[in-house]
Design a protein around this ligand. Structure first.
Ligand SMILES: [Zn+2]
Length: 149
């Protein structure tokens, strides 16, 4: 079943790809302006699970070819994710993905606001000339559900 992409997913996708400086995190292919739509935000655990849907650990920037390949080869995707995140984070992500998250309408609005604020921060850092990976924060309502806020 296809899950409709919402406004939070759009900001989250930009954050994920900007974090990686528009480079595929599997093959290293760079996507300059004008070619950015062929770099995708891929999700390690499906967007179906709301606990991890907008969690920085759950996404990576993948080029069209890598995204397709990994989508068709879930075991290779899992191995890749384990290597990419490290075993500890990979296991933590798995536990979170299996946790039910009940999010109210105000929670969802707050998630959108938090993601937008993080994106503005990241873009400002890039404009200041910051290169390399820039991490972004877990949205407030998800942190509260995790018990870390
Ligand atoms: Zn690639």
């Amino acid at each position: 079943m296809k899950i409709r992409r919402d406004k939070r997913d759009a900001v989250f996708s930009n954050l994920t790809r900007e974090r990686a400086e528009w480079v595929c995190e599997r093959c290293g292919k760079y996507h300059p302006e004008g070619f950015r739509q062929s770099l995708h935000c891929s999700h390690i655990y499906s967007r179906r699970n709301r606990m991890t849907r907008w969690m920085p650990l759950n996404a990576a920037a993948h080029c069209f070819a890598c995204h397709n390949f990994l989508g068709e080869n879930p075991l290779i995707f899992a191995e890749w994710a384990k290597g990419h995140l490290g075993k500890k984070n990979y296991e933590k992500l798995g536990r979170l993905a299996r946790t039910k998250a009940k999010l109210s309408k105000p929670d969802l609005e707050e998630i959108h606001k938090d993601l937008k604020r993080e994106y503005e921060r990241m873009v400002a850092l890039r404009m200041d000339g910051v290169d390399g990976r820039i991490e972004f924060d877990v949205p407030g309502p998800i942190k509260r559900l995790m018990g870390v806020a």
